[in-house]
Design a protein around this ligand. Structure first.
Ligand code: BTN
Length: 232
């Protein structure tokens, strides 16, 4: 069961460091503030204290499963949580960003540790515009800057863990195929001009194996991972 045991701290370097592979699957660490929050690609993830949902979840998928797919599993769960909170559609910018109105409200990070996966999730909840990063490669938003309301972070976290459990169970049983409709319906990049690791073209879709398919001048190419630069 995702969410047990759970440790919550007022402050830490990163919730990713509070979980050990020896803990039971489903263990969760959360914090009100991170001093060295980790983002993808070695970047930092910043938060104003007490404004965001910051959590890490320990998962132990069976050997042989493609753990990179868990980033998309997390993105589906996060998008569904954000949608319920806002009553608006959220999109998934492959492979890990959750977007509303072309702004990033949440991100996920899967780190491998001794065969286990520490899945980190950050949701911008109650930040004001001034408290969001301005130098972000992708413009940032919080639930509050979108709908003008303060949201209860514990409720968002509880919803997020419940959605993650549903999505993870579906993935364990049926792989990404089991989540394909949820992913495809929210594909932010589809139809946009993109560039990933030197491959440039028009994003076609997120394939059933989780790769991003891009139509290039020399035909369709599937990209395994990387940072996407896209045209607004
Ligand atoms: C990204 O979009 O670059 C991924 C961001 C992941 C941030 C979360 S916040 C909770 C967990 N602890 C971290 O240090 N990072 C993840």
């Amino acid at each position: 069961m995702i969410g047990e045991p759970r440790v919550h701290v007022p402050e830490c370097e990163s919730t990713q460091l509070l979980l050990e592979p020896s803990m039971p699957e489903g263990a969760v660490a959360s914090a009100d503030h991170q001093t060295i929050g980790r983002g993808r690609g070695g970047r930092t993830w910043e938060d104003a204290p007490g404004t965001a949902v910051l959590c890490s979840v320990l998962l132990k998928p069976p050997p042989g499963r493609r753990v990179t797919e868990l980033t998309l599993v997390a993105a589906v769960a996060t998008a569904e949580t954000v949608e319920r909170a806002l009553d608006l559609t959220a999109q998934i910018k492959w492979p890990n960003d959750v977007m509303v109105d072309r702004r990033k409200v949440a991100g996920g990070l899967a780190e491998l540790r001794e065969g286990a996966v520490v899945l980190g999730l950050g949701v911008n909840v109650n930040q004001t515009r001034d408290q969001l990063p301005t130098d972000a490669r992708i413009p940032a938003a919080s639930l509050r800057t979108i709908d003008g309301r303060l949201h209860d972070r514990e409720t968002i976290l509880a919803d997020l863990l419940a959605e993650l459990e549903r999505a993870y169970e579906a993935w364990l049983a049926g792989g990404l195929d089991a989540l394909y409709v949820q992913i495809g319906a929210r594909d932010f990049l589809r139809g946009r001009r993109v560039s990933v690791n030197g491959t440039t073209g028009t994003a076609l879709m997120i394939a059933r194996d989780g790769r991003l398919e891009i139509e290039t001048e020399s035909g369709a190419v599937a990209v395994e991972s990387g940072e996407v630069v896209y045209e607004r």
